[in-house]
Design a protein around this ligand. Structure first.
Ligand code: GRF
Length: 217
């Protein structure tokens, strides 16, 4: 049976990409990575993809006069590889409404907070500054507003008294690496669906039936 095809968008380190690469290495996983695309030609994540023999594409946004021109090439690259789902994984470009509409309910993003709290950059600093006791990560469908869109799943982690932004980021990242493949699996096998803005879960064999996983298993 043909697998669900992912296009992973990155800008940097690519540890979430790695979690998807590792999940896809299991022959029973229902998705495969069709290509990894970076807007930064030297993103370390591209080397992770190359090591796994996955096709990489660099589309340097700085070479374009407009966001629209950049996104036209992005969509062409994704469509020519017959991508079913665009997975933003540390992709640091704002996307226009045109691109978001084109990939409506076919593009997801991971954000290192419990949305709708703490959008934007310097998330862990924001969390510590606010004195929050719980943080986590969120995977959501992409909408035109940054870090906005129907929430698919979240995982919570504690904020500990002596946390720094780095120690909290590391704890959240561990949760991200567990959650992203679970969500991709659910979408690929059809146990997670979206209609308009309504995300629905159908019981899956491994019990991933609720939109919130906490504590992580
Ligand atoms: C992650 O924390 C992700 O939630 C955020 O950017 C970071 C990317 O890390 N959107 P990596 O490149 O996947 O290691």
């Amino acid at each position: 049976m043909s697998k669900f095809r992912l296009g992973v968008l990155i800008s940097g380190r690519g540890s979430n990409l790695q979690s998807l690469i590792d999940a896809c290495a299991d022959s029973d996983f229902p998705a495969e990575i069709a290509c990894v695309i970076s807007n930064k030609p030297h993103a370390p994540g591209l080397d992770r993809a190359k090591s796994a023999k996955i096709e990489t594409v660099s589309i340097p946004h700085k070479s374009y006069d407009s966001r629209e021109a950049f996104e036209t090439d992005l969509t062409d690259a994704l469509e020519s590889r017959q991508v079913d789902l665009v997975c933003n994984a540390g992709f640091m470009r704002l996307l226009t409404a045109g691109f978001v509409d084109h990939w409506f309910n076919r593009q997801i993003n991971i954000h290192p907070s419990l949305l709708p709290a703490f959008k934007g950059l310097h998330v862990h600093e924001q969390v510590l500054e606010a004195g929050a006791r719980i943080s986590g990560c969120t995977i959501h469908y992409v909408r035109a507003e940054m870090d906005d869109g129907p929430i698919i799943a979240q995982a919570a982690v504690p904020v500990l008294p002596d946390d720094t932004a780095d120690s909290l980021a590391a704890r959240v990242l561990t949760a991200e690496h567990t959650l992203y493949p679970k969500v991709v699996k659910g979408i690929a096998e059809g146990t997670i669906t979206i209609n308009g803005d309504d995300v629905t879960f159908r019981d899956a064999a491994e019990g991933f039936s609720a939109p919130m996983i906490s504590p992580l298993r």
